[in-house]
Design a protein around this ligand. Sequence first.
Ligand SMILES: NC(=O)c1ccc[n+]([C@@H]2O[C@H](COP(=O)([O-])OP(=O)(O)OC[C@H]3O[C@@H](n4cnc5c(N)ncnc54)[C@H](O)[C@@H]3O)[C@@H](O)[C@H]2O)c1
Length: 261
Amino acid sequence: MGRLDDKVAVVTGSSRGLGEGIARRLAAEGAAVVCADVMDASEVAASLPVAPSGAGPKAVHLDVTDNGAVEEAMRAVADEYGRIDILANNAGVAQPICEIIDTPDDVIDKVFAVNVRGVINCSRAAARIMKENMWGRIINTASQTGKVAWQGWGIYSISKFAVVGLTQVMALEMAPYNVTVNAICPGTMFTDMTKTGFGMAAEMQGRVRDELLAEHIDGIPMKRLGTAEDIGAMAAFLASDDAKFTTGASLNLTGGEQVFF
Ligand SMILES: NC(=O)c1ccc[n+]([C@@H]2O[C@H](COP(=O)([O-])OP(=O)(O)OC[C@H]3O[C@@H](n4cnc5c(N)ncnc54)[C@H](O)[C@@H]3O)[C@@H](O)[C@H]2O)c1
């Protein structure tokens, strides 16, 4: 028996990277997983196991910034699967490295649209359904940069501070309905986003990306990058009954890179 047998989960941003890791682990623990992404997530969904109930995984095209589409998609999942038990708000975008005073308007708008408004859109659409069922788990992928200022990634950092705040407020609002709301704050993880970020930094400094990355890893107390499996494990814990009294928490997943609260 899996900890999440027959739970219905929606994982945003699950066509690759950390979202794929979350989708894989939730499915491995028995959940029927809907992979929602603006990119094609059908390969990931097709490779996930069917839940013990016989409910199959599926991919849906979803831009989390489109509130109408989000409302429609969450309702469609609830109609097809009977409910939504777990929402992992993982879709997110990064930014070019620059100080806040130099950040172009379109970058600010895009980062806030996906990382903040997108999380609000999905959370409230799913939370209304969870409230009806008096059970739910919302798991937000924030960041260590949502707890400490991250110079050069300022707008991104602010957007993740907002996710930590949203997690705390919604935890209070949803507690009476047996819906927990928590966040995971990853450090530097081994994904495309990290490779691109270090690529930009290397170019600006006239350095070689992999050398820069190796130096960074050397500064991480556990001497490695986090993985999709690491976040999948933490998400499965937060989704399970083992975490039924945990709400409003923003848990570090950093190998020691960030240990502050
Ligand atoms: N990689 C890291 O080191 C790191 C660290 C801390 C936090 N995070 C956060 O983890 C999450 C996943 O990051 P990742 O490294 O796997 O990045 P990634 O770029 O590999 O994956 C992001 C996913 O989000 C999807 N996405 C982007 N915009 C979307 C939209 N509007 N609607 C729906 N889906 C959308 C993308 O298509 C992609 O599948 C993000 O929220 C990111 O901010 C990453």
